[in-house]
Write a protein that binds this ligand. Structure first.
Ligand code: CO8
Length: 260
């Protein structure tokens, strides 16, 4: 698939997914979400891809939300269908089995904030602004924001951000746990890449199973989550990488993981 609205590149184990619709501050129209879905399918299937980094083209915006030109035309049936479609694609990102890092280079509003919420890790440039302004348009978050923001930052924070619709600074996002790090704009990509490299040095299957334990465990009572953790731990013990990782430690050498 040739992409119009995203740039998708793979380098040294990292897939870079850049939203590129400069005229609308990288807002997500249907085509962009379809392109995202296609790139995610490729990233899932390509064993050479270990980590994804998502960002926005230009200096001003990560993603300024769903495209309001399209939203304005939607019937109730379209709105529900497009919301379900976007939710499914963001869920595809969240459950890819490979970590994703949102490098938030500017506005992450509405669907843009929701996109960042579906990533495993969020890093913001000091100039970024984040928020869920949907109520200002007479709608509510439709790409998972009402669910993921409350799970990540708590119910009180979700209520305040979603009900006021006000955007917050990167520093405030850091304070409430919405982003993991705030860095200078020039350090955004190097920081994302440094985290990606630390992850890529580790055993791919262990990374995948750890993500599954966190993702599915959060939706379970702790007792069940602990059982899931023990089962996935047991599965790690069946991997070549577990033998290599433990042997390398004992032999005082770096491990050579093969994802098996
Ligand atoms: N959609 C369409 N066009 C946009 C969007 C958007 N989300 N954001 C910005 N643009 C356009 C502007 O209309 C403007 O176009 P033009 O040059 O033709 O006038 C251009 O981008 C540049 O924007 P501004 O001139 O407004 O730039 P400013 O620096 O003055 O302001 C802001 C930047 C604050 C980001 C401002 O553009 C803004 O508030 N944008 C809208 C943000 C927003 O409300 N986002 C949420 C949208 S709703 C949503 O995301 C719901 C998700 C779930 C959907 C579920 C089912 C469909």
């Amino acid at each position: 698939m040739a992409y119009e609205n995203i740039q998708y590149e793979k380098r040294d184990g990292i897939a870079y997914l850049t939203f590129q619709r400069p005229k609308v501050l990288n807002a997500l129209n249907r085509k962009t979400v379809e392109e995202l879905a296609d790139a995610l399918r490729d990233a899932r299937e390509d064993d050479s891809v270990r980590v994804l980094i998502l960002t926005g083209a230009g200096e001003k915006s990560f993603v300024a939300g769903a495209d309001i030109n399209e939203l304005a035309q939607q019937t109730p049936v379209d709105g529900k269908e497009f919301s379900l479609f976007g939710q499914a694609v963001f869920r595809q990102l969240e459950t890819l089995g490979k970590p994703s890092i949102a490098a938030i280079n500017g506005y992450a509003l509405g669907g843009g904030c929701e996109l960042a919420l579906a990533c495993s890790i969020r890093i913001a440039s000091r100039t970024a602004r984040l928020g869920q302004p949907e109520v200002k348009l007479g709608i509510i978050p439709g790409y998972g924001g009402s669910q993921r923001l409350a799970r990540l930052c708590g119910k009180g924070v979700a209520h305040e951000l979603i009900l006021t619709g006000e955007a917050i600074s990167a520093e405030e996002a850091l304070r409430i746990g919405l982003v993991n790090h705030v860095v200078e704009p020039a350090d955004l990509m190097p920081t994302a890449e440094a985290i990606a490299k630390k992850i890529m040095a580790n055993a791919p299957l262990a990374v995948k199973f750890a993500m599954e334990a966190i993702e599915h465990g959060l939706e379970m009572p702790q007792e069940e989550g602990l059982f899931l953790e023990a089962t996935l731990f047991g599965l790690c013990c069946a991997t070549e990488d577990m033998r290599e990782g433990t042997r390398a430690f004992l032999e005082k050498r770096p491990a050579q993981f093969r994802g098996r």
